[in-house]
Design a protein around this ligand. Structure first.
Ligand code: GLA
Length: 750
């Protein structure tokens, strides 16, 4: 059993294949303490580690000098009882007091993993997971708190969530309910977080643990492009392939808070959960609140293994879409091809050319509905604009199908423009504070999806569209943050529930959409990757990673995004040059190689391309079919520092059976060394004892420098090398006398 309980010592031991997590119940107060998390150990009793600090034990002994808890690693720290570090739980009782404490009552260990009502969460069959429920109580408040841990059988993953039930007769208010905390002895750790901005998502930051808190957070109503709901705590010496890493990722798509704090008694605490800012939840007598799930991943082999564990977890135990193990149709999206300037003729022309290039689906982006000729109007009116699309979407989709292409559609259901029929009819449906001017962003407001009638009103329009056209893909967008938080559906003492209720409303509609249209391929988007989180992946197998489709920028964005999320979840498109976000001109080959390591597609006007460029697209779409299975199902290895690429970037994917590998190398700058031009790359993750053949090496032939080749001499030879040689000696990349060139190498075991 991966979870055991030592009755005598009162110690819980949770084991994954390579890690151990230990919880102890201490003292007559039954405090729930954190004993250990790290590499697997066989021992069952670690209570000795408390001996040197026992004087500082939380104690109610009168006159005791150290009655505070600053030294005690706690499993679920609460506010107001002498723990002054960051805490997970804070309440307000009927008298306005905020203190709360947890003492152990009972526990339950069982196979399988329960769902979390109304929230996304990882799932597992009985054989894959064992769950521990620790029931604790605050006897004064009559509050029951269940700490729930699920341990995966084949992955170094523990998931944690919390349930708070009010068993008192009066309501209490939850002021803060985070999903979990981790405790470490010492400060010898670094913290990795992801931050960014529009078109610059998921940039990688690594800073040391210090006496100040390091915080990653969003109070924007969505997870945001500014911060991602993940943190990793790394031993100081940890690298890509070595050292201990503890990854934390919140399965939630709204405001979140994560902090890592080096505290004065030289411990480190990390907490994560729903952001407590502007949050309060009224818990009436008999009611329960469920926190989102927090994922812990342990790796003793650096960040690389943390990434691979997250990818396996999300592919096997989070993404539910029927497409998760399938090839996704290659799409062309008309946004950067036409923006708002299209009609059905233009779309059909685009579809016709795309079809010839091997593209399989046309996605009609923003601008097909209401009076939406520009972005200041129409959101909320989900009725096709027949001035632009004669005959409507039913006809357009069937015309596109007749070309042998699928048809996909963009929606932004959470939003409304003041200039729309929806807003004119229901001005109270927008989130707002009466009497206070609303902040308009992109001339739009956010609909109050905490209210059922608002959700139903929008969803019935969308369903009507989908019922009357053959739409096989939906791009669900969300293009602004939430401000002036006020709801006409909530009383004054529950206004601070709005942000969480909004997220629950979004999940409800996403669920309805995929239940009503189970075969739909569904992609999420929020001005790019501003809502790229595990919560969304529960509903949608792919998310548009960034509005920045410049191949060079995408290296960092995709590297940061894939730190936790599988490659197949990142929407990645080949777009036009000069790039619309950066103005950079990169070769089409480079754009195609970078996009191949995501959910592949196009975002440009194919009708304007030369015959040579169209021929390249044909090659690239064929290549996608050949290599996508490795990208989708394989193991990612970062070979160079792809988070901060300077002159080049290199990464690879190795199939699970280690029979195939696909390596990408982007030479950002042509920078010769003193003697040799080419760069040697050592592969990772191969079978050292197997022989591999380099079956295909795609590189920029026009600019390639082939060292020492005599005029007309053919330098190409088919290399066969052992996995050991490939990983320890390495192979040469071709040097190119041009910036922004890329190479792709496919190796197969022989
Ligand atoms: C957002 C998306 C884009 C596009 C536009 C349409 O910016 O990220 O991909 O769909 O909206 O308005």
């Amino acid at each position: 059993m991966p979870i055991t309980f030592d009755k005598e010592k009162k110690i819980f031991k949770l084991d994954t294949p390579n890690s151990t997590y230990m919880i102890g119940i201490l003292d007559k107060e039954h405090f729930i303490t954190h004993l250990y998390y790290g590499k697997y150990i066989p021992d069952r009793d670690l209570s000795y580690i408390f001996a040197p600090i026992s004087d500082a034990m939380p104690s109610k002994r009168e006159g005791h000098r150290a009655a505070f808890m600053d030294n005690i690693p706690l499993e679920y720290p609460t506010f107001g009882i002498g723990d002054f570090r960051d805490h997970c739980l804070e309440i307000e009782d009927a008298n306005g007091h905020h203190a709360c404490s947890l003492s152990y009552e009972s526990h339950r260990i069982y196979h399988g993993k329960p769902k979390i009502p109304s929230l996304p969460a990882t799932f597992a069959e009985e054989k894959d997971c064992t769950t521990l429920e620790l029931s604790c109580k605050d006897h004064i408040l009559n509050l029951n708190i269940v700490l729930r841990y699920s341990v995966y059988e084949d992955l170094d993953v523990i998931s944690k969530s919390v349930i708070v039930a009010n068993q008192a007769v009066t309501p209490i208010y939850l002021k803060r309910i985070l999903s979990g905390s981790l405790e470490f002895f010492g400060w010898d750790y670094d913290i990795v977080t992801l931050h960014g901005s529009w078109a610059k998502e998921c940039q990688f930051y690594r800073v040391p643990v210090t006496a100040n808190k390091v915080i990653t957070e969003s109070i924007r109503g969505e997870t945001s492009a500014q911060s991602s709901p993940m943190m990793a705590i790394l031993s100081k010496d940890a690298t890509e392939d070595y050292g201990e890493v503890y990854g934390m990722n919140l399965v939630y798509s709204g405001n979140f808070y994560g902090s890592v704090e080096g505290y004065h008694t030289l411990g480190t605490r990390a907490v994560m959960g729903i952001h407590p800012s502007n949050f309060s939840w009224k818990l009436n007598s008999g009611d329960s609140f469920y926190s989102p799930e927090l994922i812990y991943v342990y790796s003793a082999e650096g960040l690389g293994q943390m990434t691979r564990t997250f990818h396996d977890l999300y592919r096997k135990h989070l993404i539910r879409s029927p497409y998760k193990d399938k090839e996704r149709p290659i799409l062309v999206n008309n946004w950067e091809a036409t923006y708002f300037d299209f009609d059905e003729k233009k779309l059909l022309e685009l579809a016709r050319e795309a079809k010839k290039c091997g593209i399989e689906m046309l996605v009609l982006d923003d601008g097909w509905f209401g009076e939406r000729t520009i972005d200041d109007r129409g959101l909320g009116d989900w009725i096709v604009n027949e001035k632009k699309i004669k005959g409507g979407l039913g006809k357009l989709s069937s015309d596109i199908n007749a070309l042998g292409m699928k048809f996909g559609l963009w929606i932004e259901p959470e939003m409304v423009n003041p200039n729309s029929n929806l807003f004119r009819t229901h001005p109270d449906w927008a989130i707002q504070i009466p009497g206070r001017p609303c902040t308009l962003s992109r001339t739009q407001l956010v609909l109050d999806w905490s209210r059922k009638e608002v959700r139903d009103g929008v969803y019935s329009q969308i369903k009507n569209v989908l019922d009357h056209a053959n739409v096989e893909y939906i791009k669900w967008d969300m293009n602004r943050h939430l401000t002036e938080l006020g709801s006409f559906g909530l009383p004054a003492d529950q206004q601070q529930e709005l942000s969480h209720r909004y997220v629950l409303g979004v999940y409800e509609i996403m669920n309805r959409l995929i239940s009503d249209f189970p075969n739909l391929l569904y992609e999420n988007c929020s001005s790019g990757g501003a809502r790229f989180d595990p919560g969304v992946l529960y509903y949608s197998p792919q998310i548009w990673a960034s509005d920045d489709s410049d191949a060079i920028e995408r290296i960092r964005i995709q590297a940061g995004t894939s730190l936790c999320y599988p490659l197949s979840t990142m929407g990645a498109h080949v777009s036009a040059v000069p790039n619309h976000q950066t103005g950079r001109i990169t070769p089409m080959e480079t754009r195609a190689i970078v996009a191949l390591f995501g959910s592949f597609g196009y975002e440009l006007d194919i009708t304007k391309l030369s015959d040579q460029e169209k021929a390249m697209i044909q090659e690239h779409t064929a290549r996608y079919h050949k290599y996508h299975p490795i990208v989708r199902d394989g193991d990612l290895y970062r070979i160079s520092d792809v988070f901060h690429p300077a002159d080049d970037a290199c990464w690879s994917v190795v199939s699970k059976d280690k029979k195939e590998a696909l390596l990408a190398y982007v030479q950002i700058h042509s920078r010769p060394g003193s003697q040799i031009f080419s760069k040697k790359i050592r592969l990772k993750g191969l079978d050292p004892n197997a022989l591999y053949e380099i079956v295909e090496h795609i590189y920029d032939q026009e600019h390639a420098h082939i060292p020492y080749a005599a005029e007309g001499e053919e330098m190409e030879e088919k290399l066969v090398l052992s996995g050991a040689a490939l990983m320890n000696v390495g192979i040469w990349m071709k040097h190119s006398f041009a910036d922004y060139t890329a190479q792709l190498i496919y190796l197969r075991k022989i």
